[in-house]
Design a protein around this ligand. Sequence first.
Ligand SMILES: [Zn+2]
Length: 245
Amino acid sequence: MENSAEAAIKGWSLPVSELRSPRAARIHSAVLAAILDHRLQPGARLPEDELASIYGVSRTIVRSALQALAHDRVVTIEPNRGAQVAEPSAAEARQVFEARSVIEPRVAALAAERATKADTERLLRHIAEEEQALAGDNKGRAIALSGAFHLTIAEIAAQPIFAGFVRELVSRSSLIIALYWRRQDAMCERHAHSALAEAIGAGDTQRAADLMLSHIVDLLSGLDLRQRPREEPRLSMLLQGTAAE
Ligand SMILES: [Zn+2]
């Protein structure tokens, strides 16, 4: 049984689809979900041998999952330290959102130019799923779905180079939001996504761009970028119930 954050993650992370081994993809999703759910803290170490024994797979499979997570920028791998959950600095967090504020308004405008009725319906279905996750108080799933909404807009815009940038930035933002979110309200406020879907559906390029810019500025303002203390519980406890089978 995978948890619902893992289900939400599937399909939006490029390396997952590139992972040839289903078991590696499974570990990738489980660890990413644990990071987004905040069970794994920034800096938490991810030893290959421990993960291999938790999931009952070879270290080679664990290594390919960790490499995909490193590609997502949510894990760092250093020669003598091994893998650990990335610790995005406050400066990096600001840079990620600065980049999003430049790229995503243009992507939203392109999506508004091209969106079909089916595309708009897809966005609306997404919003309904986000609402469900928030109502169920599933933070990891809500973060994953919020990210997926932005990736869907990039897909509708149908420009693969932009979509690649958005994918990396959303992946990095998901970790940043999981770590630094301070407001009590929704990660990506419902009304912001609804208004975006409406502007895109109406083909209103300028409004879609404006709404996206203010949405991203608003997301950045929801982060608390001060230093925080770190806890280091045991890896096997954190990943309990996510092992294969
Ligand atoms: Zn959003």
